[in-house]
Ligand binder design. Structure first.
Ligand SMILES: Cc1ncc(COP(=O)(O)O)c(C=O)c1O
Length: 310
């Protein structure tokens, strides 16, 4: 990583590629990509610069101190499969291959998702799962897993998780997951397929019962629809008019909802990412977990229909 920027890349909810520096006073964005995005709700990966050119690089860094933009070449790309929906991986992968930079998949929300037969967790040179209690494979407590086919990355990661053991000039962390959590996870892993099947079923109940509402769905967010590409259904997010009132109405009927997310990554610069900001003000996450019953989904949908008078 370059010392100056240490950029990481992620999807800013729906619209833009943003790059954040470790020092937090610089934020990079593929500005022309951001500009070219309309209502699809995700980054337009086909607009990525595939020439591999480093002089004509589309990536710009916003330098808050200088109040201006400069061009940089990213050292790595980190992308997140938000809500369990997969982004258009092939375009990003091609972009990284041309620049010979690693692609890091944030698969915290997408365990169980599949991109054209490739499972999430294999969609990066390095892929990362999270096992926090809200995730598709949860543990009571925290934990995660890093996957890679690269020997070099593997050795670094093994060392970093244990105080940098074996590395000459690097400090690491204490990131060892406890035996207890591993046991819980191994137990649940045996049931993962059936848990995923239930999530998918629950999502389809919502889609059937509320056909006219605007859900963020795999095919719409990625702009790709492929019968072998499936979401992990980690979150079920609705773009809702009068969100605050809807949330109150659901709450008064005993239905808990959450807002993912209230702010964009670049919320200090309000107005820069209008699509992402619109999402932040409309999105509401409805209950979805494998043990939700059909009659409960019916009750939730009925309450929503009543609210909108549909
Ligand atoms: C997309 C995404 N990335 C990363 C994380 C962080 O995971 P962890 O808390 O296990 O480090 C989360 C957790 O909510 C997430 O949703």
């Amino acid at each position: 990583m370059s010392e100056e920027y240490q950029v990481t890349m992620s999807y800013n909810n729906e619209t833009t590629v943003t790059l954040e520096s470790a020092t937090n006073n610089q934020v990079a964005t593929s500005y022309n990509v951001a500009q070219s995005i309309e209502d699809l709700g995700n980054v337009d990966t086909s607009a990525l610069d595939k020439t591999g050119s480093t002089t004509n690089n589309y990536v710009m860094v916003y330098d808050a101190t200088a109040q201006g933009y400069k061009f940089v070449n990213p050292d790595a790309v980190l992308y997140a499969n938000l809500f369990g929906n997969l982004v258009d991986y092939e375009n990003i992968k091609e972009f990284c291959n041309l620049r010979k930079i690693p692609l890091i998949e944030d698969a915290a929300q997408s365990m169980g998702a599949i991109y054209k037969k490739i499972p999430s967790g294999k969609l990066g040179d390095i892929s990362i799962f999270s096992f926090d209690p809200m995730k598709n494979l949860p543990s009571f407590g925290t934990g995660g897993m890093v996957l890679t086919d690269s020997d070099k990355h593997y050795k670094n990661i093994i060392s970093l998780r244990r105080h940098g053991f074996g590395m000459k000039y690097e400090y690491g962390y204490n990131s060892l997951i406890s035996e207890d959590h591993c046991n819980q996870l191994l137990f649940l892993f045996g049931k993962f397929k059936s848990l995923q099947k239930k999530r998918k079923q629950i999502a389809s109940w919502y889609f059937e019962l509320l056909p006219d509402l605007n859900f963020i769905r795999q095919e719409e967010t990625t702009g790709i629809f492929h019968k072998t590409t499936i979401s992990s259904y980690h979150k079920l997010v609705l773009l809702a008019d009068k969100r605050r009132d809807l949330q109150k109405q659901l709450e008064s009927h005993g239905i808990e909802t959450k807002i993912h997310y209230k702010r964009t990554l670049d919320s200090n610069n309000f107005g820069r990412y209008p699509n992402a900001e619109r999402l932040c003000s409309n999105a509401i996450s409805l209950p979805i977990y494998p043990f939700l019953k059909e009659e409960e989904v019916e009750y939730i949908c009925k309450t929503i229909k009543l609210f909108y008078g549909v």
